[in-house]
Unconditional design. Structure first.
Length: 229
């Protein structure tokens, strides 16, 4: 099998999702150099970090963090674009596991009992072929040793893309698109809601509001990247 892989790599080389260089056999999705030089925020080490401001006065959250900062033309933009639009779903699992290993070293994140990915509407998921947030949840689950659930937070309405919408328009677009099913699974628990990127926080806020309707639920937020830095 290794010989076959080597032959295939001559014609269909595996490339790093960040820099485009050929990956070595022991590398997956991202080369070692790019993994070592991700623009990491380290916000998981700070309870009162800048991302908390996104939700202040809007909805109560326990912890908020993002693995990377997002700026146009930086590596994060290319990584997320490949994850979301070019079918490279494994990026979510690799970075999720990487970040999960960091989160679990912090006491504040050890009380989390379940990981919930932000869901896509079934129509959009069929078109894309996968939900990138679910792949992030898979990685976080592996890195933290905590189960992820896909049958609690669901999307009930199809919406237009949030790209290029104002903060108010984003909220109007998503404020009633989520629902909670099987609430007994997460009642009286601390859940971690994950997504690929945090911008205005409108989508995440809409999801959190629904989850907080479940008795005893506490919510923390994690994304691979944040633009609000």
């Amino acid at each position: 099998m290794k010989l076959i892989d080597n032959i295939l790599s001559l014609f269909y080389p595996r490339l790093c999702a960040a820099c485009g260089d050929a990956l070595q056999q022991n590398e997956s999705c991202l080369c070692l150099n790019c993994m070592l030089h991700l623009p990491e925020t380290q916000f998981h080490k700070e309870h009162f970090n800048p991302l908390r401001q996104v939700f202040d006065g809007r909805v109560p959250v326990e912890e908020v963090t993002a693995l990377m900062s997002y700026k146009k033309a930086n590596k994060t933009q290319k990584i997320l674009h490949n994850l979301k639009y070019h079918g490279q779903k494994e990026i979510g699992a690799v970075l999720g596991e990487h970040f999960g290993g960091q989160l679990i070293t912090e006491e504040r994140y050890r009380s989390i009992q379940y990981i919930l990915p932000i869901p896509l509407h079934p129509k959009k998921q069929r078109k894309r072929g996968y939900n990138q947030s679910e792949w992030i949840a898979k990685g976080l689950s592996k890195g933290m040793g905590i189960p992820y659930l896909t049958d609690v937070l669901v999307r009930t309405q199809f919406t237009d893309t949030q790209t290029r919408k104002s903060r108010f328009a984003r909220w109007q677009n998503v404020k009633e698109v989520f629902a909670v099913q099987n609430p007994e699974k997460v009642a009286f628990s601390h859940v971690l809601v994950c997504d690929d990127v945090l911008t205005t926080g409108a989508t995440m806020e809409a999801a959190i509001r629904k989850l907080l309707e479940v008795e005893g639920v506490r919510v923390s937020v994690v994304t691979l990247a944040a633009t609000t830095l």
